[in-house]
Design a protein around this ligand. Structure first.
Ligand code: ADE
Length: 256
């Protein structure tokens, strides 16, 4: 069967997925490390793309072309935007937006018009939505997933016990070529886009999927909350939460 292509931006994210795969075979694809194998009995091909929209889009297109992939997946970590979510929770995208694409008007950040391309709406919105059928089936699966607790020594001393119960939700993920390390920007992205998480690849791969006619699923476990502490939380949690995304992907891969 044609494999699914899985794009991971960073080595930690790919390593977490490799740990759950069988029949591993490694190759080079124009300088990218690519691993072929099986996840829950399904053929996948995983690449470490590097960070950002261009790196992930090029890699997605190369994988699709080289391996005749039947769908695209992005697996890894993200910053949480929704104050109801915590580090270690997982967001599966029902829709994706490129938050740094659009028209920037005078008057500062708040005048940015989300999702409005400078060429006009008839040239396409940089906003991508899963089919209703896929969304419904993902929602059913997500509710039943149980993730293992995060290691206790990683949690802040002040963290309430309830913090450890890790949630898996469907939501909107926004992507841009910026690591968000600002409470103001976290609040703006949450408000302007009604989004649950922010990362730097998903909506770019969604555009590649739209152009090539392939379904795209993005699974992101939260490594930080995109606010003023995210530069501290991200390095502390990236390796600890990456397995969360891989475990969720293993639970949902059957629907693709
Ligand atoms: N990936 C993980 N955390 C992120 C953040 N705060 N901003 C952008 N991408 C991220």
């Amino acid at each position: 069967a044609a494999p699914l292509a899985v794009i991971c931006a960073m080595q930690e994210e790919k390593a977490a997925l490799r740990a759950l795969m069988s029949d591993l075979e490694t190759r080079d694809l124009l300088g990218r490390r690519v691993t072929l194998g099986r996840l829950d009995g399904r053929d996948i091909v995983v690449a470490e793309s590097g960070i950002g929209k261009v790196a992930s889009a090029v890699t997605a297109a190369l994988l699709a072309r080289e391996f005749g992939c039947r769908g695209l997946v992005v697996s890894g970590v993200a910053g949480g935007l929704d104050p109801g979510l915590h580090i270690g929770d997982t967001v599966i995208a029902h829709s994706l937006v490129q938050h740094d694409y659009g028209q920037l008007l005078d008057g500062g950040l708040t005048s940015f018009r989300p999702g409005v391309p400078p060429l006009g709406p008839d040239r396409g919105e940089y906003h991508f939505t899963l089919t209703a059928d896929l969304t419904e089936r993902l929602a059913q699966l997500a509710g039943a997933i149980d993730l293992p607790e995060l290691p206790a020594d990683l949690l802040p001393a002040s963290a309430p016990r309830a913090w450890r119960k890790r949630r898996v939700v469907l939501g909107r993920i926004v992507s841009g070529d910026q690591f968000i390390n600002s409470e103001r920007e976290r609040a703006r992205l949450h408000r302007d886009f009604d989004a649950q998480a922010v990362e730097m690849e998903g909506a770019a791969v969604a555009q590649v999927g739209a152009l090539l006619g392939l379904p795209v699923v993005v699974v992101r476990c939260l490594s930080d909350l995109a606010g003023s502490d995210s530069h501290l939380d991200f390095p502390r949690f990236v390796a600890a939460v990456s397995p969360g995304a891989a475990l969720v992907l293993r639970q949902i891969i059957g629907i693709l």
